[in-house]
Design a protein around this ligand. Structure first.
Ligand SMILES: [Zn+2]
Length: 217
């Protein structure tokens, strides 16, 4: 924890030498769903982002979490949704897609990080799209599902208000190209215990949320 009380956690990936080788942004918001504001500063194609978010949605759906996405920021198409200009409600999160610095040129690069306070109010996650691409290239694997998994990992940190990692599953710290190629379902999902924790955390956030309708998106 920093003096500001902000927790920061990073997901790191390790490249290995390989011998071989969306739910779309919603137009309306369900009141009990998790609202995720997407700020895409990396210029991800809309179709790829939609595919990535479908992966994220499917992962969170297994924890019985409903998610709505709204694209905010300069690169969005057309006028901005009104909700982008509203203060975050309790439990709402922001995901920023951007490119990482060139300072991490080794075989261990952070895919993203999450910032949250200790009060369960809201959280901010950053995912480095170029590093997702880097891992995807090494694994010769499509970018969109990897991006969706990285987003789900960071949302997991935000919902659980924890920077902890596990040895296995989606919340492990190190993702290797070998694991990407292997593509085992259990490597890319929350554990049953984590699914329960996610649900409990979401219900707690909802109970703390102020009453009233969200503005239309
Ligand atoms: Zn992490």
């Amino acid at each position: 924890m920093t003096p500001l009380g902000i927790a920061r956690t990073a997901t790191v990936i390790v490249a290995v030498v390989l011998m071989t080788s969306t739910r779309a942004p919603a137009s309306a918001v369900i009141d009990d769903s998790l609202l995720v504001r997407i700020y895409d500063n990396a210029g991800v194609l809309a179709s790829e982002l939609a595919a990535a978010l479908r992966t994220t949605h499917d992962i969170l759906r297994r924890a019985d979490l409903s998610v709505d996405w709204v694209r905010c920021g300069a690169r969005r198409d057309g006028p901005g949704p009104a909700v982008c200009d509203q203060p975050l409600s309790s439990g709402d999160v922001v995901v920023r897609l951007t490119e990482g610095s060139d300072q991490e040129n080794g075989e261990r690069r952070a895919l993203g990080y999450s910032l949250f306070d200790g009060k369960g109010v809201s959280g901010f996650a950053t995912v480095y799209v170029d590093r997702v691409d880097w891992l995807a290239r090494r694994a010769q694997y499509p970018r969109a599902p990897l991006l969706g998994r990285a987003i789900a990992h960071e949302i997991g940190h935000l919902l659980l208000r924890s920077n902890a990692h596990t040895q296995t599953g989606l919340m492990r710290e190190v993702w290797t190209a070998e694991q990407v190629v292997r593509n085992r379902r259990e490597d890319w999902t929350f554990s049953p215990d984590q699914n329960g924790d996610l649900r409990n955390a979401r219900y707690a956030a909802m109970s703390n949320a102020k009453k009233g309708r969200r503005p239309p998106t």
